[in-house]
Design a protein around this ligand. Sequence first.
Ligand code: ZN
Length: 62
Amino acid sequence: MVSCPTCGNRVAWAPESTYRPFCSDRCRLIDLGAWANEEYSVPAETPPDDLEDMIHGELPPR
Ligand SMILES: [Zn+2]
């Protein structure tokens, strides 16, 4: 089992989990979109740690 990087849901690390480590295509796209938006809107001076904290800090309860 792994945790979805976007929403934190548990995801079975198995062939049928198509979007692992994400729980769904939606979460996968959200994560990819977050990175893309950062690249386009923020100069490269933003440390990756901040981005990760922001993503994890803004997770909805579920
Ligand atoms: Zn998810």
